[in-house]
Design a protein around this ligand. Structure first.
Ligand code: 5GP
Ligand code: ZN
Length: 111
């Protein structure tokens, strides 16, 4: 389940380089190119879904797994504290239409 025009599908397939921080059979995570926190990681499913609602409907276990991986990464980076954001829709700031969670951690975050 790939989209040949999708930048995150290309990152997952290593056609575009990224700073990988985690991978398994279903899930890939890498450093955001334009970090908004001391540690800013993007977490994606290997399969292409447009947004988090589509993923939740099609494969809720995958979404739950991504939350568990986010927790594991934040445990390593910042005593398990993190913000997990899914921008959904252009008017909410979504620019890449391959579902991704922003994991913001590594420091105390503004409220
Ligand atoms: P969105 O605005 O869709 O929620 O988030 C897209 C995120 O992907 C942005 O934070 C942006 O910095 C990041 N991003 C876009 N293109 C690339 C890229 O080629 N490499 C990496 N590492 N991050 C990217
Ligand atoms: Zn994709």
């Amino acid at each position: 389940m790939k989209d040949e025009n999708c930048i995150f599908c290309k990152i997952i397939d290593c056609e575009i380089p990224s700073e990988k921080v985690y991978e398994d059979q279903t899930t890939y995570a890498f450093k955001d190119i334009n970090p908004q926190a001391k540690v800013h990681i993007i977490i994606v499913p290997r399969n292409h879904y447009e947004n988090v609602a589509q993923l939740a409907k099609a494969d809720p276990k995958q979404l739950a797994h991504m939350v568990q991986v986010a927790q594991q990464l934040a445990d390593e980076e910042f005593h398990g504290a993190y913000r997990l954001v899914f921008n959904t829709g252009e008017d909410a700031g979504q620019t890449v239409f391959h579902v991704h969670g922003h994991i913001l951690t590594g420091e105390k975050l503004d409220e």
